[in-house]
Design a protein around this ligand. Sequence first.
Ligand code: SF4
Length: 66
Amino acid sequence: MKVSVDEWLCAGHGLCEAAAPDVFEVNDEGIADVTDPNPAEALWPAVREGARLCPADAVLIDEDDA
Ligand code: SF4
């Protein structure tokens, strides 16, 4: 899994960070940074939940990138 955030879409709601704090962190500019772009498999459900919750559809997940 490869995770990224579209910084143009991200509005800093922080729901991704709430779902997966080991992978997302909203920075001082109100944009979510991906602190772990290749998260361990154990974190995948939380990352998917963060993407599902994002009101801006800004979380991008490439499921095929191992
Ligand atoms: S939930 Fe979406 S809009 Fe909010 S900080 Fe995360 S990526 Fe950005």
